[in-house]
Design a protein around this ligand. Structure first.
Ligand SMILES: NC(=O)c1ccc[n+]([C@@H]2O[C@H](COP(=O)([O-])OP(=O)(O)OC[C@H]3O[C@@H](n4cnc5c(N)ncnc54)[C@H](O)[C@@H]3O)[C@@H](O)[C@H]2O)c1
Length: 353
């Protein structure tokens, strides 16, 4: 808010009690005069909204998120409207929640918590809530971008897990890190970790004790985890999704969880948010949280700063930053924040790179 005011913007804040706004409500909020909008991932930014923004004189929109599958970017580009997102501040926070889901699922933390609160604990037993050890097992990463790599490092360093990753693009810096970490372990007299890049998701799945999804949601990754691929996983595996709900066919997952009681999953995101597919809530082998992967104070503050600065810069005609390092925008006195839009996803298409 302070950034926008300092950039000479009059700011209107939506105070609707509705958590999710309809497009009709958003069009009405845009009104006849609106230079820029900060939107949320629960909103469907399609041609209708971009047309309304264009008609209102809009010069830019920023999603308050790093993922922007809720934004139809070509509709914005067609109308000359730049679209911002907030990369760089969600990475570690999201990876930590994915790691928390992994541990909670593997060690049955939530089931045990529910049991304890229900007053069912009568004393230690060798068979009580036996889960899976992660140490020296194999973790699979689908989508080894910023978050996938951060998560991988947590499990590789913390639990000495071997790693298999699938990403359409090889990640040489990540591979160099994995080689270096293996050598470090060896230098300590420890066994090095092993890693490899799989050529396909199918190649990765049967090898892994944990599979964590960190790809973006697009036409190629929608229902990437379907019935056939779930069946390729070990029946004692842990599947984690802190990416986007539709990457998993949730109906197939519910069936798989019911058919395989030792198979565990940790989900931050759901196919039809805020709803869950029928039966999921009854699966004790699913750890489910309400899309909180980026919910740390640091990250939510950083996302607000980047989204606001995207809009402030676009409204004022400042250039696009689009560098990996966005730290100059964070924790700076407002007067020292670079006069630029931190991250614009259609900058190239619009010729404003
Ligand atoms: N749950 C949350 O609150 C939350 C928070 C932040 C991000 N996310 C999601 O996580 C995603 C990843 O974020 P990021 O910052 O790491 O993005 P990123 O762009 O750095 O990484 C995405 C990776 O997915 C890879 N990829 C593309 N197509 C693929 C495919 N078909 N199969 C496998 N991998 C593929 C890309 O090459 C890239 O390396 C975002 O797109 C967003 O949807 C969720």
């Amino acid at each position: 808010m302070q950034l926008l005011v300092a950039a000479d913007c009059r700011v209107e804040v939506c105070t609707s009690p509705d958590v999710i706004l309809s497009n009709e409500q958003i069009v009405s909020l845009i009104g006849h005069k609106c230079d820029g909008v900060l939107g949320q991932l629960t909103e469907n930014w399609n041609h209708e909204l971009f047309e309304a923004l264009k008609q209102a004189g809009g010069k830019g929109m920023s999603n308050y998120a790093v993922g922007y599958n809720n934004v139809h970017v070509p509709s914005a580009t067609e109308r000359g409207i730049p679209v911002g997102n907030t990369p760089g501040v969600l990475t570690e926070t999201t990876a930590e929640l994915a790691a928390a889901l992994t541990l909670a699922a593997a060690r049955r933390v939530v089931e045990a918590d529910v049991f304890m609160r229900a007053g069912k604990y009568e004393g230690w037993l060798p068979t009580l809530f036996v889960g899976h050890l992660l140490q020296r097992k194999t973790v699979g990463i689908v989508g080894a971008g910023r978050i996938g790599q951060a998560y991988a490092k947590m499990l590789v360093e913390g639990h000495k897990m071997d790693l298999v990753y699938y990403d359409p693009f090889p990640q040489p810096a990540f591979e160099k890190y994995l080689d270096g970490y293996g050598k470090f372990l060896e230098s300590q007299g420890d066994e090095p970790i092993k890693w490899r890049r799989a050529e396909s998701v199918e190649e990765l799945l049967p090898q892994c004790d944990v599979v964590s999804l960190h790809c973006l949601l697009d036409d190629n990754t929608r229902h990437l985890m379907n019935e056939a691929r779930l069946n390729m996983m070990k029946d004692t595996a842990v599947l984690v999704n802190a990416a986007r709900g539709p990457v998993i066919d949730e109906v197939a997952l519910v069936k798989h969880l019911k058919d395989n009681p030792t198979f565990m999953c940790g989900l931050d995101v759901f196919e039809d948010e805020p709803l869950m597919k029928p039966g999921l809530a009854d699966c004790p082998n699913a750890v489910i949280v309400p899309h909180i992967a980026s919910a740390s104070l640091y990250t939510r503050g950083g996302m607000a700063t980047l989204a606001a600065q995207n809009v402030a810069a676009l409204v004022n005609g400042y250039p696009v930053w689009n560098k990996q390092d966005i730290t100059p925008f964070l924790d700076m006195p407002i007067a020292e924040v670079p006069k630029a839009a931190p991250s614009i996803v259609n900058a190239k298409e619009l010729g404003i790179e």
